[in-house]
Design a protein around this ligand. Structure first.
Ligand code: ZN
Length: 261
């Protein structure tokens, strides 16, 4: 750096260096996804644990592999207020003090009904920066109400970016045309898509979503938890492969490393 440079310029340059993503050495795992079953999953960066839709208690896929009391997230992302996504949020948030990220209606409900103040309200299209990366709230075509009938705001999905990795959590949704914008603007490393049909897109419709998103790997969620969303997930994986994409089915409790595209 030129010592004659004005101080303001120097500090700007320093800021730029600080915000540069850490160099990813080949083979180094900076992001890991652990699937608990249904839509409950965890994304780990090097130093941060992000829990998504922690429906554990009463979830027949998750209960054999994890207990809500064992989870210690730093951040909890909620896609909408339905019980099969909201799940154990109040208990886990209270015990861990985790930052809960959701729409305004959900964060207000958590503050007023459960006294949890560490929340971040977002809305569709908004992004938030963290030391470890960035979260963007995305559109989802679904509905959202709490188990007690309280209005739960708009449903959503999330883009979780850390370094060169980008994980798209679609939430409960059908395919929607703007998924193509996500695919154009970002190199999606992993797309977590609901495929169980009845309440969300099913296997065939998910192919349209995958073509738009063009992810390095597509991972299915929201299937086989209850009879209405029972599907042949291996047949889904074959459909994805036959369409020219990569599918990875995670068993409850199973983890995968997130590689760059
Ligand atoms: Zn659901």
């Amino acid at each position: 750096m030129n010592a004659d440079q004005p101080a303001a310029d120097r500090s700007r340059q320093d800021d730029r260096f600080r915000s540069t993503p850490r160099t990813v050495r080949s083979g180094q795992t900076l992001m890991k996804i652990t699937f608990f079953g249904h839509s409950a999953l965890q994304i780990r960066t090097e130093d941060t644990t992000i829990l998504v839709d922690p429906f554990i208690t009463g979830n027949p896929l998750a209960e054999p592999v994890v207990s809500a009391a064992d989870l210690t997230p730093d951040v909890i992302l909620i896609t909408h207020a339905h019980g099969d996504h909201w799940g154990d949020t109040p208990a886990i948030a209270r015990r861990t003090g985790a930052l809960v990220v959701a729409n305004f209606e959900i964060t207000e409900y958590l503050r007023k009904k459960h006294g949890h103040e560490n929340v971040l309200a977002m809305n569709t299209g908004g992004a938030a920066e963290f030391p470890w990366g960035r979260i963007t709230q995305t559109y989802a075509r679904h509905s959202s109400s709490f188990p007690d009938g309280t209005y739960g705001g708009n449903p959503c999905g999330y883009l979780v970016e850390s370094g060169a990795r980008c994980v798209y959590v679609a939430g409960d949704t059908s395919p929607f045309a703007e998924m193509a914008w996500i695919g154009e603007e970002l190199d999606v490393s992993v797309a977590l898509l609901p495929v169980g049909d009845t309440f969300t897109m099913g296997p065939r419709a998910s192919l349209r979503a995958i073509r738009m998103l063009d992810p390095a790997v597509a991972v299915p969620t929201h299937f086989n938890t209850f009879p209405p969303i029972r599907i042949d997930v291996e047949a889904w994986a074959k459909l994805v492969h036959d369409t020219g994409f990569v599918a990875r089915v995670l068993k409850p409790g199973e983890s995968m490393a997130v590689e760059t595209d």
